[in-house]
Design a protein around this ligand. Sequence first.
Ligand SMILES: [Zn+2]
Length: 443
Amino acid sequence: MYLKKYTSFLLAALILICFSGCGQEKKDKKLYFVDSEGNPFAQYDGEIGLSDMSYFGFADIALKEAVSIIQRQKGLSETEAARFLKNNVYVETTLQKDVEEKANISFKNVIGSNSGFAITDLKGAVLAAGSSSETENYANYPTYAGSTIKPLSVYAPGMKKGILNWSSMQKDEPIKYIEETNSPWPTNADGKYSEKNISVSDAIANSTNTVAVKWLKEIGVRNSINFLEDNFGMDFSLEKEIIKETSQEEVLGNVALGYLKSGVTVQDMAGYYAVFANGGNYYEPYTISRIMTENGNVVYEHTDKSKTVISSETSYIMNKLLQRVVSPLGTGKDAYIEGGKIAGKTGTTDGNSDNWFVGVCPSYSCAVWHDNGASDTNRSPKVFKDIMTNFVDISAGEYPVCDSVNMEIYCGDSGKIIGENCELSEMGYFSKENTPEKCSSCK
Ligand SMILES: [Zn+2]
């Protein structure tokens, strides 16, 4: 895989510093990483030491984040920052050991391939992060997002701009035929086209690729990229190069179907999806709460910084749309819990080389990824469900209420508000300014 593989590089660099840079007098000095309750779970004296490897996924992310904080804050190189850290004694993290331990049990019981997960609260604090490997950190492994990108790259920005709403329709049909092979593009997961109009809500629940790509064309690829870069800091530099050399058309699949050149990690995805549970505010995920010297001087302290990326109306409606994915009829049905309030999205890539589920409940966000090593290839929704039910009461709590969104009955044929002659009635959620007109096309 061409994507980043720097885990072992950083650890190797840090080990090198220890052998070359530490003086004899500092030999027994150690930096401690503690969880959110002050219990040590890792040491660092040039290399990260773990008595329990089940914390590897989290500790690896926390060490890199601590190094990068010190680099930024003190204007140091990576090597200098690592040396500085080694001479300090205390890093407070957001780890919740009980969550990590419970999540790891569910995770390791089910997954049989390369896999990772991350759990955050709705303000970006990473409570747990795990990897199936003790050498490669799959909790910090950028890969293709597949269809889990659609709510972020297509439906949320489309709704934000008033281009689409719950019941807006697009025909499910090929958009073009690939010249060399004369094969239709894009393909849906089942390889079929219904040739019917599909509403936004059904296209999300069934993960219809054609409809997502058609909406992206209407929104504009550049507009979607700007939305993702400006709000989430995502990296589309490679796609922008392709656009410059060819056309926006060439990256439709990258942006609408999640074949992002720079990849995303489970931690990234958990952070992005929190906007669908907290009223539309993005908090960048973090693992470090505080860094202190041995004299108790605070070198760094985390403060919450958020950006409103979508309105509370859009967040509310997107949440309701994503709850349909987890209904018994949606692609995420394996994550369904009776009485639960899970809102989430599945994602796969060609050949099922990536399998995702990212979802939220009223207090947490969680992303699960695995590659195609397992014989049962669609495991992520089930693992998500196991992880969540193991540490939290899924039916507890409420999402933010939004009084300016109304439930409406609409015509299943036109997607407009139900009229006297309409035969097919459906229910959806609409903001006041983005409610369709009354249907007049049914006679
Ligand atoms: Zn009608």
